[in-house]
Design a protein around this ligand. Structure first.
Ligand SMILES: Cc1ncc(COP(=O)(O)O)c(C=O)c1O
Length: 380
């Protein structure tokens, strides 16, 4: 690919390194100080002041009323699905163009995913495709919705804000309300991203963020569940702490719970990272602007933030002409110290999800062959 060397030169000039990762964490704040605090206090496990502090901080950042810190985003999605009432044998609608954790969490909750298409501009769930699929395949009975083909109950919808670009979440919410479906936002990638000035993750009944090492801020591993519903928040905290009924010494658990609570050690790292979130967002938005200008000049489409959205530009992406150009680009950049990655293989192509229903996935298939992520870490 002719333009590849030019692109490598541009990226190396930004990062000024021989090897450039797709997304590296950076620690330029109170990370060491807070971690040492937890060690000195001995509170390194799942009780401690940092866990409470990061929950408060996420409420402040997102505007959500309640936040529950958990060990990772996948487990956060699992619990979210459980508390909204997804049960064994239910179906949950999501997108095929996502990281595998979205679908895995649906299966952990005992349900089966159904895949609908994404929009070409947002790369996230298409509200039009969702409506179309429901009108063709679903039927309402009383307050519930069922799949006409399988007879199973459809309980929830899980859209994902791909690479931090918000999808048309207000329209998706409207459709969920019309069909009595619970809306859970997989916001794993979109901390700091707004849609119509409202934080992603706060449109649905529950939203889930990830703090994996590759995200905009990290706790090593970790996740956060947000909701405005007090009773759901209480249940999320209860379930994430082995469903233990609080008591000074008795071990009484009133249902099968999970050991999903975020340890204080991870929360300490996260608090220090969150203190720099605004700075990271500024730097990442600035980097995206530079990329956009550069790629426009050389005639390659850069994935920009959608209309009505303010994106965190977690992972920058470009759209290449076809799969051959994509593979040439991946080969050339990765062989020359610039890490790039294709977008995910569609879920319906993975062995465990190949029998799940889908709507044809026209846009998803088109994007799968063309979208590539380029280095996006915060430039220091
Ligand atoms: C879209 C999406 N969903 C869920 C997850 C799961 O998060 P975690 O890795 O914290 O389990 C991730 C990221 O890792 C993700 O990108």
């Amino acid at each position: 690919m002719k333009k590849c060397n030019k692109i490598i030169e541009f990226i190396k000039n930004i990062y000024k390194k021989d090897f450039i990762a797709l997304h590296e964490p950076i620690f330029i704040g109170n990370e060491k100080k807070y971690i040492c605090d937890t060690v000195d206090s001995t509170f390194v496990s799942s009780v401690g002041e940092y866990v409470n502090k990061v929950e408060e901080k996420i409420c402040e950042i997102t505007g959500a009323k309640y936040a529950v810190a958990v060990v990772n985003g996948t487990n956060g999605l699992h619990l979210a699905l459980k508390v909204v009432g997804v049960n064994e044998g239910d179906e949950v609608i999501t997108q095929a163009l996502t990281f595998v954790a979205t679908s895995n969490a649906i299966v952990y909750a005992g349900a089966k995913p159904v895949f609908v298409d994404v929009d070409l501009d947002t790369l996230g769930m298409s509200s039009k495709s969702l409506r179309k699929w429901l009108e063709k395949n679903a039927i309402k009975k009383g307050n519930e919705t069922f799949n006409k083909t399988t007879g199973n109950r459809i309980k929830a919808v899980v859209p994902m804000h791909t690479f931090g670009h918000p999808c048309r979440i207000d329209e998706i919410k409207k459709i969920c309300d019309e069909w009595n479906l619970e809306l859970i936002e997989d916001s794993a990638e979109s901390l700091g991203s707004l849609y119509k000035n409202k934080h992603t993750g706060t449109f649905g009944k529950v939203g889930v963020f990830s703090f994996n090492g590759n995200k905009i801020v990290t706790s090593g591993g970790g996740g956060m569940i947000v909701t405005n519903d007090e009773s759901l928040a209480k249940r999320l905290k209860h379930l994430s702490t082995t469903a233990k009924v609080p008591h000074k010494w008795e071990y009484f658990h009133d249902e099968v719970g999970y050991n999903y609570r975020m340890p204080n050690l991870n929360a300490a790292l996260l608090l220090a990272q969150l203190e720099n979130l605004d700075k990271f967002l500024r730097i990442k938005r600035d980097l995206a602007k530079r990329y956009k200008k550069f790629f426009e000049n050389i005639g390659i489409e850069f994935i920009n933030e959608p209309k009505n959205a303010k994106s965190n530009f977690w992972l920058n992406a470009i759209k290449l002409k076809d799969i051959n150009e994509r593979d040439e680009f991946l080969e050339c950049t990765n062989n020359n110290g610039v890490m790039t990655r294709p977008i995910w293989t569609l879920m319906n192509k993975l062995p465990m999800y190949k029998n799940c229903q889908n709507d044809g996935l026209e846009n998803s298939r088109y994007l799968e062959e063309r979208i590539v992520n380029i280095p996006s870490g915060v430039v220091v």
